[in-house]
Design a protein around this ligand. Structure first.
Ligand code: TYD
Length: 206
């Protein structure tokens, strides 16, 4: 629990592109709503009008990895001020499709931005706001690449090679190991039905 006024819970979803997290968002919303709480479902980068404009740049323009990091945190600042904090303060559950762990995985783990720089931005932009729980959808790299091939037109991140994806996966697993009180790792290399059962079991503990 944080020092800020927070009555609701902040839940984030993470994983490599193609891990399948988006498939399970409707189920998670339904599970939370069945508790009779307000659910605010949002995403990063994005979640606000300005954030969505930054998302369009981030997903399609090539740029220095530190520029990318700064823009991710600029969008995040807006998202926290306008969506996340007000929602948590009035008691809503906020479900965000990605948050700062994605910056540690993509910009730090896969693209080499120093973790100390990300940490500084995290402290600046978030103060003591951290997710109460994070569901990490984990699949082997080949599976994620296979799934992406059969999906829609790839964005900038989805066009990266297997080596990038491997670094990404390892960075996520390292974050999970270091923050085991927040993370729940889901083996998403199975049928949607089986992953749904895992999601339900985890959500029952949050
Ligand atoms: P994603 O969440 O996968 O959305 P969609 O399912 O619509 O493709 O896309 C967001 C992309 O942004 C994803 O490739 C990861 C990347 N990203 C970062 O690199 N760093 C960040 O901090 C965040 C939040 C996202």
């Amino acid at each position: 629990m944080n020092n800020r006024e927070q009555k609701g819970k902040f839940i984030t979803l993470e994983g490599m592109d193609g891990a399948g997290k988006s498939t399970h968002i409707p189920l998670i919303i339904e599970l939370l709503e069945s508790r009779g709480v307000e659910v605010v479902s949002t995403r990063e980068p994005g979640g606000t009008v300005l954030g969505e404009k930054l998302r369009a740049l981030l997903l399609h323009e090539s740029m220095h990895a530190e520029t990318e990091t700064l823009l991710m945190f600029a969008a995040r600042r807006e998202h926290i001020a306008n969506v996340i904090e007000p929602s948590l303060a009035r008691g809503a559950y906020v479900l965000s499709d990605r948050f700062t762990d994605a910056t540690y995985a993509y910009q730090c783990g896969a693209k080499g931005v120093l973790p100390s720089k990300i940490k500084q931005l995290e402290t600046w932009v978030q103060d003591d706001l951290r997710p109460d729980a994070t569901l990490l959808f984990d699949v082997p790299v080949e599976i994620s690449i296979q799934r992406l091939r059969s999906a829609r037109e790839p964005d900038k991140f989805e066009r990266e090679n297997a080596q990038f994806f491997e670094k990404l996966r390892q960075a996520y697993l390292k974050r999970a190991a270091e923050n085991s009180h927040i993370f729940h790792i889901i083996d998403a290399n199975q049928s949607i039905d089986k992953v749904e059962v895992l999601v339900k079991n985890i959500m029952a503990t949050i």
